[in-house]
Each structure stands twice: as C-alpha cells, then as structure tokens.
Ligand binder design. Structure first.
Ligand code: GLP
Length: 239
C-alpha cells in the first residue's frame, strides 16, 4: 500500500483525478470502478474540469459502480445511480450504454452472476475508486466474520445507517444494499482509496496498521499489489 497525505480534500481530488485522467488518455477504452459518498466528489469535479477543458474524453470508457440500495427505484433521488448522474455522468461524455450498476431490486444470485460476468467480459476493472466507512467498510461490505467474493446483498450496520441517513430526508433509508464483494474489488488492477476527516481516522489506522481481518474489511487492501491510499491530515492523524 502506498499512503499519501494531503492538506485537504481538493488536493486529494486533484491527485486522484490526475491518475484517472492520465490513465484514460493512455487507454481510452479502459474500465473504471466508481464509488459514491462525499469522498470521491472532488475527484469527479477534477475529471469534469479536465473534460470541460478538452483535456480528456470518457466516451469509450466503461464504468462499474460499487453498490446500490435495495428498495429504491434506480431513478429515486437518493439512489446511488442518481448520485452518480448528478455528480459525474451528466457532466462528462460517458455513454449511458457503458455505465454498469448493480440493481438493488433484482434477484441476489442472478444479479451477482450478471455483474461478475459483465466485469469479466470487459477484461476486469483497471482503476477502482473507494471510500471507507467509519467502521472500515468498503463499498457496502460491512465488518463480518468472513470476506465475501462476488456481489451480494448486505444488511447495513447501525454505524452505516447513522452515517448515511443524513442524505435521506423524507424517505426512510433502506436497511439493505447490493454491493460488489471483497473479491471483486480485490481483482481490480489498481485501487485508489480516499478518506478525509477525523471520523475516518480509526478506520484508516485499522486498515493500514491492523491485522488483515473481515472485522475491518478495508484491511484486505494490505494484500493488494497496487493500492494507493489518499488521506487528509485528519484522516491520517492516528497513523
Ligand atoms: C457508503 C458507501 C461507500 C462509501 C462510504 C463512505 O457507505 N457505500 O462506498 O465509501 O459510504 O462515504 P463518505 O465518502 O460519504 O464518507
């Protein structure tokens, strides 16, 4: 794992965005894995700016998102699909036919198989962006007794419900989600994990310095051979 510490979220976004844009320019038909949440938004902003300045095009890029809530239609204002549309997809030239999302309302087994096959058919994910939950979760893989492999349906923990319910005002936050499994994430060729703020400091410490254990799902990244962790000073404060 390579760990880099920055002054603020904007600098992290520029660093992660540059890695992605440089890669897209070297391989225009590459496969990118995207995450939702606040952490990757400055990265998406950087990508949008580069696109607006004519420095990069995403028209041949294929994308896979990490996760989606169960029980919400894809076009619901709080769905992760809507989040991606508002924060990136509608602002660059990614083609909708190249956007892949888990369907939180589909049959778990069939959906898991469909997503695994779709990723495989594209030759795997070249760069996967990740955030981290306060409890060390990645995507929606909550702390548990074992690492999962392909996509699965997860019951969300109270910590995640507490953290994410701020995004839900008049809708009750779903209690379950479909998420890429740990195995699918680990098969990405490169991983960029972004964490900012004090609330992530303990999870970041456990991920980097703790044992590799499914009780801190992000700790598995210690075993990935091309992972870069981008932190602000607050998130790095316990290292
Ligand atoms: C959600 C997402 C994760 C994300 C995490 C942290 O639970 N499923 O993919 O990493 O939140 O979100 P944030 O970046 O807003 O702190």
């Amino acid at each position: 794992m390579e760990v880099r510490v920055f002054k603020n979220a904007g600098e992290i976004g520029a660093a992660a965005g540059k890695i992605i844009c440089d890669f897209v320019n070297s391989k225009p038909d590459c496969v990118l894995g995207f995450a939702t949440g606040a952490s990757p938004v400055p990265t998406y902003d950087y990508m949008i700016n580069q696109f607006n300045e004519g420095k990069v095009s995403f028209k041949d890029v294929t994308t896979f998102n990490l996760d989606e809530y169960c029980g919400l239609p894809a076009d619901h204002k709080n769905s992760y699909f809507t989040f991606m549309k508002e924060n990136l997809f509608s602002k660059v030239d990614i083609q909708s036919k190249n956007i892949n999302f888990l369907d939180g309302n589909a049959d778990e087994e069939q959906e898991s198989k469909r997503y695994a096959e779709a990723i495989k058919a594209k030759g795997g994910i070249d760069i996967q962006i990740l955030g981290i939950g306060r409890n060390g979760h990645i995507a929606f893989n909550e702390p548990s007794d074992e690492f999962t492999d392909e996509a699965w349906k997860v019951t969300l923990s109270q910590s995640t419900i507490d953290a994410n319910s701020i995004y839900f005002d008049d809708t009750e936050m779903p209690r379950s989600a479909m998420t890429m499994g740990i195995g699918s994430i680990m098969r990405s060729k490169k991983i960029i994990l972004i964490a900012t703020g004090n609330s992530k400091a303990q999870a970041v410490k456990d991920m980097i310095k703790g044992p590799v254990t499914p009780h801190c799902p992000a700790s598995i990244l210690q075993q990935h051979n091309d992972t870069v962790i981008l932190l602000d000073e607050a998130a790095a404060s316990l290292l």
